[in-house]
Design a protein around this ligand. Structure first.
Ligand code: UD1
Ligand code: MG
Length: 451
């Protein structure tokens, strides 16, 4: 069955106390709304429509950065969840099939849950996702009669008896597109909040002889985020799941609670992650690679057998081939290291390519930035860069070439050549001893004068 997603994300999120629209607050390095889009992606939707309002331009950029096919529509005034869904009508023109409504601030709905809803749709016109709440608080309540969802009552409008119900509304709803928009047209705003409630849809459907039911899921999935405290809890919940999944997938972590994942971190089997490692977005670590303690990785690829850290930083575009070594206090950005290349200590390698089996000495810097432009450094295979070499880009060092320690390399070094770019050493016999004697005598004089 063809599916379309409508993701509601127009609310301000007042309780976040933030200039950033609520749905753009990050969890595991990605905006909340991207997590919601990713849960919905399990249904392989034909269209994704996001309803934006507060901070709509920024929401649109984030949504389209994740999926440039997603459509963002505006809801200028937030008149309620049914009114929000109505804003998606034009964007779904010509679409026939099922619509699933998700909330941008409810990021953890699992694919299996959406699959169960799709399955329940075979027998029912409207399917709502509910959950047993430990503390039902202000959630809408599902009024059931056997398998039938009679109606949903919002907390504000509920009687004491209805408030005692613990089966709550997650907000996720599935229905045939034409049916849903028909019912939305019939929703009024005669209620305690004066809003157009999407939650009126089941009751309106039943009045027309259609059927409605609820599918339930774990409360953890429906975790909605309204405050910074809830955001922190959501982050913790995400990290706990990601750690458990990595261990399950054959990753070794000595202290999993100190390792932080991004939404899209990929770690191969038998990867070894030491304590206090942080993964930003876009990291792939292959089978059998080791990331040593206190390293920070983002937008990079680490191949089999590579060893990174301790205290290494891999920034976007770092591409480490097999069996490479990146050691302590080394930063790699937008640079490829060929197979077996080593950068072991205190170096910055940015906008560069380093050939296979090349050794980069301690304290080497690719001077890639002239204050306006970035320039590339190319280093060949089996080369040896002496410690404390400054490579002033753009510059090329050839295969099997060498630079002398302390060199400032400003012009290209041919294959097999040695480049020396430093002042020649002079020796002055006895000079140091004479100098010390003079200085010590001067100090003694000063002390005497002070007495
Ligand atoms: C809603 C449900 C409630 C459910 C709860 C689950 C309704 C009427 N109530 O209540 O039954 O238990 O979610 O969290 O649907 N939004 C818009 N435009 C609007 C209003 C809301 O885009 O005009 C978006 C919000 O940004 C948010 C979502 O819809 O992502 C839910 O809105 P919110 O105001 O949080 O609804 P609740 O009162 O929590
Ligand atoms: Mg809410």
């Amino acid at each position: 069955m063809a599916t379309a997603l409508i993701i509601l994300a127009a609310g301000q999120g007042t309780r976040m106390n933030s200039d950033l629209p609520k749905v753009l607050h990050p969890i595991a390095g990605a905006p909340m709304i991207v997590h919601a889009m990713a849960s919905g992606a399990a249904l392989e939707p034909e269209r994704i429509v996001v309803v934006a309002g507060h901070g709509a331009d920024a929401v649109e950029r984030a949504v389209q950065a994740h999926d440039d096919g997603a459509i963002v529509v505006r809801q200028d005034e937030q008149l309620g969840t049914a009114h929000a869904v109505a804003q998606a009508r034009a964007a779904l023109d010509g679409f026939t099939g099922d619509v699933i409504v998700l909330y941008g601030d409810t990021p953890f709905i699992q694919p299996e849950t959406l699959a169960a809803m799709a399955q329940a749709r075979a027998a029912h016109d409207i399917v709502v996702l509910g959950f047993k709440a430990a503390d039902p608080g202000r959630y809408g309540r599902l009024v059931m009669q056997g398998d039938t969802l009679d109606r949903i009552v919002e907390f504000k409008d509920a009687s004491a008896e209805e408030r005692a119900i613990t089966l709550c509304n997650s907000g996720v709803l599935a229905a045939d597109s034409a049916t849903l928009f028909d019912l939305i047209d019939a929703v009024g705003n005669d209620n305690a909040a004066g809003e157009y409630y999407l939650t009126d849809v089941p009751e309106l459907a039943r009045a027309r002889g259609l059927s409605a039911t609820a599918v339930t899921c774990d409360e953890a999935e429906t975790l909605g985020i309204n405050t910074r405290a809830e955001l922190a809890r959501a982050e913790a919940a995400f990290q706990a799941r990601a750690r458990a999944a990595a261990l399950e997938d054959g990753v070794t972590m000595q202290a999993p609670d100190t390792v932080f994942f991004a939404r899209d971190t990929y770690l191969g089997r038998d990867a070894m992650i030491e304590p206090n490692v942080v993964f930003g977005p876009g990291v792939t670590v292959e089978t059998g690679a080791t990331i040593r303690a206190f390293s920070h990785l983002e937008g990079c690829h680490v191949s089999r057998g590579a060893i990174v850290g301790p205290y290494a930083r891999l920034r976007p575009g770092a591409e480490l081939s097999e069996n490479t070594r990146v050691g302590n206090f080394v930063e790699i950005k937008n640079a490829t290291l060929g197979e077996g290349a080593k950068v072991n200590h205190l170096s910055y390698i940015g906008d560069a390519s380093v050939g296979e089996a090349t050794n980069i000495g301690a304290g080497t810097v690719t001077c890639n930035y002239d204050g306006v432009f970035k320039h590339h450094t190319t280093i060949g295979a089996r080369a040896f860069i002496g410690s404390d070499t400054m490579l002033i880009a753009p510059v090329t060092v050839g295969d099997e070439a060498m630079t002398a320690s302390g060199s400032v390399i400003t012009s290209n070094v041919p294959d097999g050549a040695l480049a020396l770019g430093r002042a020649r050493q002079e020796i002055k016999p006895g000079f140091a001893r004479r100098m010390f004697d003079r200085l010590k005598a001067a100090k003694a004089r000063k002390q005497k004068e002070a007495e």
